[in-house]
Ligand binder design. Structure first.
Ligand SMILES: Cc1cc2nc3c(=O)[nH]c(=O)nc-3n(C[C@H](O)[C@H](O)[C@H](O)COP(=O)(O)O)c2cc1C
Length: 178
C-alpha cells in the first residue's frame, strides 16, 4: 500500500493541477482538504499539503496543520501556489509567516500558478477583477504619458504559469526523506 498522500485546497484549479501531478509521480491519491478523513491521515507516513496563496496566506494550511489526527512521526511537506515570481521577497515573507515556530522545519516549496477570473467566485472574483482593472488603468496612463497607442483589452486574460518540471525538487526531497 502506498503510504503517501497529497492534500490540497484550490479555488480555480491551478493548485489541484500541481497536486495531481505530484500524486501521479508518487503513485498516490490527491485529496481536497474538504474531503480528508481521519483514517486517511492516520494511514499516511508522508503527507504533502498544497494551497494557493491569498493575501500572503496559504489557503487551508493552518486548518491542516491544526488537525489533531496528524501523527508526530509523519513527514509533512508544504507547497504554495501563487502569482508572485519564485524569487520575490513576498514569497520569502509568505514562507516565514505561514510556517513559524513549531512548523518552521516543515519543508516548503513554491510553484507559480495562474489566474482564471471565470473560475473564481464571490469576493475573490471581485478582488481580482479590481486588481486587474487597476493594473490596466495604470498601463493606459503610462501609455498615454509616453505617447504610445493605448491598448483596449476586452475581458480578462487567463494567465497560466504552471510548470510540471517545478515539482522536481519536492519529489527529490520526499524521496530523500523516505
Ligand atoms: C483573492 C486572491 C488573493 C491572492 N493573493 C495572492 C498573493 O498574496 N500572492 C500571490 O503570489 N498570489 C496571490 N493570488 C494568486 C493566486 O495564488 C493564484 O491565482 C493561484 O494560482 C490560484 O490557485 P488555485 O487555482 O489553486 O486557487 C491571489 C489570488 C486571489 C484570488
Amino acid at each position: 500500500m502506498n503510504d503517501q498522500l497529497v492534500v490540497y485546497s484550490s479555488k480555480s484549479g491551478f493548485t489541484r493541477r500541481y497536486a495531481e501531478w505530484i500524486a501521479e509521480e508518487l503513485q498516490c491519491e490527491a485529496i481536497p482538504l474538504s474531503n480528508l478523513q481521519s483514517a486517511m491521515v492516520g494511514a499516511a507516513k508522508t503527507i504533502v499539503y498544497g494551497g494557493p496563496i491569498h493575501a500572503g496566506w496559504v489557503v487551508g494550511l493552518k486548518k491542516f496543520l491544526k488537525r489533531e489526527d496528524r501523527k508526530k512521526n509523519q513527514n509533512v511537506f508544504v507547497f504554495a501556489v501563487g502569482l508572485s515570481p519564485s524569487n520575490s521577497a513576498d514569497i520569502e515573507r509568505c514562507h516565514k509567516a505561514n510556517l513559524n515556530d513549531s512548523n518552521r522545519k516543515i519543508p516548503w516549496f513554491y510553484f507559480m500558478g495562474g489566474l482564471d477570473i471565470d473560475k473564481l467566485k464571490g469576493i475573490e472574483k471581485l478582488i481580482m477583477k479590481m486588481v486587474l482593472r487597476a493594473e490596466a488603468k495604470t498601463k493606459r496612463k503610462e501609455a498615454l504619458k509616453a505617447g504610445k497607442p493605448v491598448e483596449q483589452i476586452a475581458g480578462y486574460p487567463i494567465l497560466d504559469y504552471c510548470d510540471r518540471a517545478a515539482i522536481k525538487p519536492l519529489l527529490e526531497a520526499i524521496k530523500a526523506a523516505a
